[in-house]
Write a protein that binds this ligand. Structure first.
Ligand code: CP
Length: 312
């Protein structure tokens, strides 16, 4: 039988086929049920070492990778760039080689530079998972988004998905723009022209600067964080203006399909890209489902990528 996931690393959705994505999602299903138990102990990664190497801040991704590894029995250690020798001038690759010399089996990396995870993967002996590289990709976010949609709406194929916000700078958007069409969804993006990439980068996905038009009939409305640090440079508008044109409100959601699902990768700016009251309505909002499913997806990724090492 052929290997359902013949990859050493998980660097981006771009390298995956639809069947490989579905394989990860199917594997993750078991961990959702497992994580709802009181006792969450599985020892399949016992004896293996996982390093979480974060050069950028994170709540969801870092913590869920840590919980995922520990629930599978791995020894997990976290490297935070703040307080490390990076501040003495040590390069990314020297840092990666130093950590690799401590013999981890898997290294999960987040870095502000696009392509950083691939550079590290080429230099080290262990499996590498990209936990977000600059404006490149955030593959485990796209995988957890896909599984959240599949579980909440029963399918992905044929659904209309609109992604709204800072598409140009978002690695979440980039990974979802690759994964969701592969799984049969029909995508649209919306945002201010200054925050929309060109047609080529969108892979032919239609782009709208009018969110009211883009959201019409959508089954899934995925809002992105407005990156305040980039907002001033890219837009002349204020956050209030942004909310008026691109914020998700109940009134605007009424244009979408009757039971349209609301998603956001977090962290969210309440009252800017999404109304807090809508974000908190669990009958419409899947934001906390995304967090829960994120742990399961990361368990599946760790399990799949370390399978070869465990059978050596
Ligand atoms: N969605 C996401 O990547 O969140 P964190 O930055 O908190 O990890």
């Amino acid at each position: 039988m052929s290997d359902p996931f013949p990859h050493r690393h998980l660097l981006g959705i771009a390298a995956l086929s639809a069947s490989e994505i579905r394989f990860i999602l199917d594997q993750a299903e078991q961990w959702i049920e497992f994580n709802r138990r009181t006792r969450k102990i599985d020892e399949r990664l016992k004896g293996l070492t996982q390093f979480n190497v974060f050069f950028e801040n994170s709540t969801r991704t870092l913590f869920s990778f840590e919980v995922a590894g520990k629930r599978l029995g791995a020894t997990v250690a976290n490297f935070h760039a703040a307080g490390s020798s990076v501040h003495k001038g040590e390069t990314l690759i020297d840092t990666a080689l130093t950590l690799d010399a401590m013999r981890p089996d898997v290294l999960v990396i987040r870095h502000s530079s696009t392509g950083a995870a691939a550079e590290v993967a080429a230099a080290v002996d262990c499996a590498v998972i990209n936990a977000g590289d600059g404006t490149g990709e955030h593959p485990t976010q796209a995988l957890l988004d896909a599984l959240t949609i599949r579980r909440r709406l029963g399918r992905i194929e044929g659904l209309k998905v609109v992604i709204c916000g800072d598409i140009r700078h978002s690695r979440v958007a980039r990974s979802n723009l690759l994964s969701l069409p592969l799984l049969g969804a029909e995508l649209r993006v919306a945002g201010p022209p200054a925050l929309l990439p060109g047609w080529e980068a969108l892979g032919g996905v239609p782009a709208f600067d009018d969110f009211d038009e883009a959201i019409e009939g959508a089954d899934v409305v995925m809002m992105l964080r407005i990156q305040r640090e980039r907002m001033e440079a890219a837009l002349s508008a204020s956050l209030d203006d942004f909310h008026a044109r691109y914020g998700l409100t109940r009134e605007r959601l009424a244009r979408a399909a009757p039971d349209a699902l609301v998603m956001h990768p977090g962290p969210m700016n309440r009252g800017v890209e999404i109304d807090g009251e809508l974000a908190d309505d669990r009958s419409r909002s899947a934001i906390l489902d995304q967090v829960e499913i994120g742990v399961a997806v990361r368990m599946a990724c760790l399990d799949i990528l370390t399978h070869g090492r465990r059978t050596e």
